[in-house]
Design a protein around this ligand. Structure first.
Ligand code: ADP
Length: 351
């Protein structure tokens, strides 16, 4: 280990030696002054002995006192480090001296470390959950495809009807896999800022209409009425393709979790500032309150919703949130189980 020769620490012994030398020299000087003076008392040998005794006594006393002082401070520092490590508040026993400064520095350092550790633990938990969810989501369609292929190989191929049916099912499974991978790719591009927005001034009504026509064609959507109530002439500054993706995802969900004969409506209002408020409302099955705070997390699904449909990736709302936020907007959800759901989000007004 490299040593710094210019740094010469004061040890308790050195402090004792220096002080004792001063005291001894001073005592000896007075003794000799008296010994050679008119009174001639004490004799010179006694003055020397007194000087020696003074040296020894001072050396022992100063060394012990400094050591005790330092040990007491160190004990306090150790206790404080222990308190900080275990998350408690350090005891306030030190004076405002240099050790007090060390205490403050340590306290700040420990606070920073605790926040850092909490963040890392949270991130690690999130990462583990994400990988678990991802493998689970990929496993289901993969198992299905594997099952169909094995059945075909085991003889299903000989029967053209079975063969077609199983191949169609396997194709649906691979579509599902593809959708998950595409959605993941989209999320990662949005998060890494690779998918830069290309915003321009557009009529909001026209962005809503195409996804609405497409969603109306989905199986199960025929008996649900889709209504575009966005006022004509309301213009926003957005990336039209990304914004259309938001409507596709929200409308698909509204239909998927809608009730037969139900209604889905898109509304929009110009707010006072620079934003427009958009709402996608349905009168479908709704979402229980306890699920709302986590609804926009990747792969988060309300119980049993997977049983209702096999087509979604569980990433739709996470993508919606990313796109809205990339436009500088915010998104919220209001819902009541059994009565319906409203997603509300803001978009920038055209300039
Ligand atoms: P998914 O692919 O499962 O639809 P999303 O991220 O789009 O994934 O949605 C997450 C979950 O939120 C869904 O699984 C569903 O339970 C719930 N959800 C989303 N939209 C609605 C809605 N309009 N009505 C009821 N539940 C909804």
């Amino acid at each position: 280990m490299p040593t710094d020769r210019s740094f010469d620490p004061i040890t308790p012994r050195k402090a004792g030696r220096t002080t004792a030398t001063f005291v001894a020299v001073f005592t000896l000087a007075i003794g000799i002054f008296l010994a050679v003076g008119p009174v001639r008392l004490p004799p010179v040998w006694q003055a020397v002995v007194i000087g020696g005794v003074a040296f020894l006594a001072t050396y022992i006393a100063v060394t012990a006192a400094v050591e005790r002082y330092i040990n007491a401070r160190l004990r306090l520092l150790f206790r404080m480090v222990h308190d900080l490590r275990t998350g408690g508040k350090p005891t306030d026993e030190m004076e405002a001296d240099s050790i007090g400064e060390v205490r403050n520095t340590l306290e700040v350092w420990a606070r920073e470390k605790r926040t850092e550790i909490a963040e890392l633990t949270e991130r690690e938990k999130y990462r583990r959950e994400f990988i678990g969810n991802l493998s689970h989501e990929l496993k289901t369609p993969l198992f299905n495809i594997q099952g169909y292929v094995l059945t075909l190989l085991d003889g299903g191929l000989e029967d053209p009807k079975v063969a077609r049916d199983f191949l169609e099912r396997a194709a649906r499974g691979s579509d599902r896999l593809m959708k998950i991978v595409e959605d993941l790719d989209m999320i990662s591009k949005l998060e890494n800022g690779v998918l830069a927005l290309k915003p321009r001034n557009v009529e909001l009504n026209s962005i809503v209409s195409d996804p609405m026509v497409e969603v109306q064609r989905l199986p199960g959507a025929q008996n649900i009425r889709l209504i575009n109530s966005v006022p004509e002439g309301l213009r926003v500054r957005v990336d039209p393709a990304k914004c259309a993706q938001v409507f596709t995802n929200l409308l698909e969900n509204a239909v998927r979790y809608g009730k037969p004969g139900g209604e889905v409506e898109v509304l929009a209002y110009a707010l006072d500032g620079d934003h427009v408020l958009v709402e996608v409302r349905d009168n479908g099955i709704g979402i229980a309150e306890e699920h709302l705070p986590r609804l926009f997390e990747r792969f988060y699904r309300v119980n049993n919703s997977r049983a209702r449909h096999e087509g979604g990736s569980g990433l739709g709302l996470a993508i919606v949130k990313h796109i809205v936020e990339a436009h500088g907007g915010t998104i919220t959800v209001k819902s009541e189980a059994g009565h319906g759901t409203t997603f509300g989000f803001t978009l920038p007004k055209a300039n």
